[in-house]
Design a protein around this ligand. Sequence first.
Ligand code: PMV
Length: 311
Amino acid sequence: EKIGHGQASGKIILMGEHSVVYGEPAIAFPFQETYISTKVEPDSTMILECHYFSGELSQVPSQLKSVSEVIDQTLIALHHEEATLKITITSTIPAERGMGSSAAVAVSIVRALFDYFDIPCTSESLLPLVNRAEKIAHGNPSGIDAAATTGDEPLFFIKSHPLESFPMNVSNAFLIVADTGIKGQTRAAVRDVAHLFELDKKRISQHITTLGHLTKSAKHAILADEVDTLGNVMNQAQEHLSALTVSNEQLDHLVSTARANGALGAKLTGGGRGGCMIALAGSKKQAENIAVALESAGAVATWIQSLGVKN
Ligand code: PMV
């Protein structure tokens, strides 16, 4: 019996969330500690099995609208609209935590369906399908989640530009990712920033431009192997993200806990208002200490990833 498989990793935005929606650059990388897998097999009707739902695809609740959309659109693209399949999704990416789970779900589904029908899945066919699902999930996505969950290299990403990967190779640099345990609110946060922008273009565009400059400084710091500078620009970015109203009390608390425990820099990551924060440490030992402190301060989960050769 025929079976199709597809996989996609989570992603972390190091710098540039929100400002990326306005054309500024962002730095993101695949976060291989977490991933989503999709399995496709024949069935008598279209069935979806996942953590939130099990049953006929036509009966999915509204939160899974983007999932049913990506399945429908992919089958249309493959000229197999009439297929009846069972699609099983398993995930270790916490949902709605700014780790790109919605994009990763879509990427893994598209890959699994292409695999099932034995058609090679190029990024030219993959990205438009994923971005379309992201529009339903997020409203006005920059495309960074789709791009970052597709590949296995760090990206210097600018909306609507060709993808540019770059080497993330900083000696003695470890990133701690901590989950507040609160659902992130990417859609609402992106909408509220747009609203603020309309109300006070001058002030808001200054924050956005500065976030863009900080992202470029982060890129230079990474290429020059300057971990302290990278930490410093992360700290500055957090101030501007707060001014855009996308941080919240729990994120602020974890950010100050990380700094008080020796982090070289700390900020929210992804959409904000919950979800995850990241902190930079100069050694594995320090990263472990910070992770423990963050868990005592209320983080429900932490991960550590090296920013050195081969993440
Ligand atoms: O919360 P996430 O992981 O979906 O990240 C969203 C990143 C934003 O810049 C806030 C939105 C976007 O589409 O780029």
